[in-house]
Structure formats: C-alpha cells, structure tokens
Design a protein around this ligand. Structure first.
Ligand code: ADP
Ligand code: MG
Length: 319
C-alpha cells in the first residue's frame, strides 16, 4: 500500500463518455473532455443541473460505468490499471436509494466490510451506525427505514473500509431538513478529520454553504472551477433602483461619479460594489441633487445568477 500523500485526491484528465444508446435513443455524449483535480483534504462541490453528467463522472470513478477515453486517478491509483487500490481509497454514496430490504443495517455494513476485506477485529460497524444516527435501528429491517435513514445507511455503507475520499452523489434528495443538517454535520466532521469530500448537487446553496471549491458542469463540460471565495468575489456587485417623484430629462451632474443609468424618466439605476460603496451614501447624493425619492429597491448578484448565466446557454451541439 502506498502511504505517500498525493497532492490531489482525484485527478481526471481528458475524460470522455459516450453512452451508446439503442434503437430508440441515439448515442449520448455525457462527458466531454473533462479535466479536474480534487485537492486532498478539500470539500469539493460538483455543481450542475440535471443531466449535466455528474453521476456519469462519479460512476466512472466508482467503476460502475466504463469511460470512453481519458484518464482518472484516485489517490494516485489509475482506475483501470490499479483498480483495486483505487476502489479501496474511495467510498461512494450513490444517487439511488438501493438497499437490500432483507438485511438489517448492522448486517449490511458488516457484509460490506467483509467484501472490502476488512478484518473482523477492525470493523467499526456499531461506531458507524451510531455516527450516522442509526444506532437504535441496528437490527431493524432495512425496508422499515425512512428515506432519510436509508440515505444515512448508504453513507455508512460507503465508510466501512475507512476510505480517504467520500463521494456523495446528490445525497439530500428526499432528506428532510433536520436529517440533512445531521448528515452535513457528520460529513463536515469527516472532512475536518482529513477525509476528502466530493459532493455533487444541483442545489447551489448547498454547494456554497459546504464546499471550499466548486466546479460547475453543464452539458458534460466543466465550465467553471474555482474556490467558493473566488466565485463569491465576482459577486461584489449590487444594483439600487430608485423611483423619483418627477420626470428627469438627464442625469444630474451631482451623480456623474456613479455608475448610474436613467432607465426611464422616473427611475435611476445605480450599479455599485457593496465592499466600497454603501447604499446610504448613494441615497444622500440623490437627495443632495434635489431629487425626491419615492421608492428604493436593491438587487444583489447571487451565485445563483452566475450559475444561471453560465448554464442557461444552449448545448454547443456535438453530441
Ligand atoms: P446528472 O447526474 O448530472 O443528472 P447523468 O450523468 O446522470 O447527469 O446524465 C448525463 C447524460 O447522460 C444525460 O443526458 C442522461 O440522460 C445520459 N445518460 C445517463 N445514463 C445513461 C445511460 N445509461 N444510457 C444513455 N444515456 C445515459
Ligand atoms: Mg445524477
């Protein structure tokens, strides 16, 4: 076993996947030349709308889908030539809630630990059950578990071999708010203790709250990859829309230092960076110009706007 610590927990280089399709549906290029490094220790978000290719990428890493071309390494192990070691380094919580209904949570985790070759004395089955909040469901039939419990059981299942990397594919679908918080608390703790986390989601807010780095994927291509802080920095822009009580035929000279538009004779639109300009200052400048304000509204650029503007474009074809 290689004990050195790679810089990147996962490295993906020029990865392509075309599903062959069948008589009814034609071939589908689900990943197009995807290159991505996921730094060791990071909490990394892969964000994209439904159908973007997130699960395809995860399933290639999991060994469930065969890539068409390109390379991927997990903890420095090639997923093809070092498949055993690659798989040992990663735990995957799949998007689907497939759980064999005839096993109890304890049996299921113990079975999986066995499949991963974890010796009986090294198994932490009860610890894991407790950690994912299923200690009291240890011997319940899986079919009696709620959606949220099943999800957490799948998280437990992905952890039986103490992987260095935990991948969660849209894990909060069907999980209520309280359980979601518990799940995130636990995953954050794993991350704080050194586990690299890769989370896919189409919920922007989730990515923004949890992840330190975010890659945005759309139509099979990575269209943005930056630290969350970096992404948020681009968002230092706000609009203030001011309705005035009379028609203006031009911008008052007192306001010419601002980035301001007369959108219609009774509406002034200021664009400004909240980090350097405050809204009170703008309001007093308007009043000092002898203009009476009737109404004020502000609009803040959100990551949502960036996400929408990046992902709303048409597919560039070629599939
Ligand atoms: P996401 O997880 O981001 O929602 P997926 O990776 O599941 O996206 O799907 C990416 C694209 O590949 C979609 O257009 C989807 O319909 C298609 N796709 C996924 N799985 C298959 C498959 N087994 N056969 C054919 N097309 C597929
Ligand atoms: Mg998916």
């Amino acid at each position: 076993m290689n004990n050195s610590q790679p810089v990147n927990a996962i490295e993906v280089e020029g990865l392509n996947k075309t599903y062959r399709g069948n008589r009814r549906i034609g071939p589908k290029r689900a990943l197009k030349d995807v290159s991505l490094n996921i730094p060791r220790g990071s909490f990394f978000g892969l964000l994209g709308p439904n159908g973007a290719g997130k699960s395809t990428l995860i399933n290639i890493l999991a060994g469930l889908v065969v890539k068409t071309s390109g390379d991927a390494q997990i903890w420095g192990y090639d997923i093809e030539t070092d498949m055993r070691e690659a798989r040992r380094s990663i735990g995957i919580v799949p998007q689907e809630l497939n759980i064999d209904p005839f096993f109890t949570p304890y049996e299921l985790l113990d079975l999986y630990a066995g499949l991963y070759g974890v010796a009986k004395k090294d198994r932490r089955t009860d610890d894991i059950l407790k950690a994912v909040g299923l200690g009291d469901k240890r011997n319940a039939y899986a079919r009696s578990l709620s959606g949220g419990m099943r999800r957490r059981l799948l998280v437990g299942k992905a952890l039986v071999h103490a992987p260095r990397i935990l991948v969660l594919d849209e894990p909060t679908a069907g999980v209520d708010v309280e359980l979601r918080r518990q799940l995130w608390d636990y995953v954050r703790e794993l991350n704080a203790n050194g586990t690299t986390i890769l989370l896919t989601t189409h919920y922007l807010q989730e990515a923004e709250e949890l992840c330190d780095q975010i890659a945005i994927i759309n139509h099979g291509r990575v269209i943005k990859n930056a630290s969350t802080k970096e992404l948020m920095k681009h968002l230092d822009s706000k609009e203030m829309i001011i309705q005035v009580d009379r028609d203006l035929d031009s911008l008052p000279t007192e306001l010419e230092d601002y980035n301001v538009d007369l959108r219609n004779p009774r509406e002034l639109v200021f664009s400004y960076a909240p980090s350097t300009t405050n809204s009170g200052e703008i309001l007093s400048s308007v009043q000092n110009a002898g203009i009476n304000i009737v109404d004020v509204a502000t609009h803040e650029a959100e990551l949502e706007d960036v996400f929408l503007s990046l992902t709303s474009g048409p597919d560039t074809g070629d599939d």
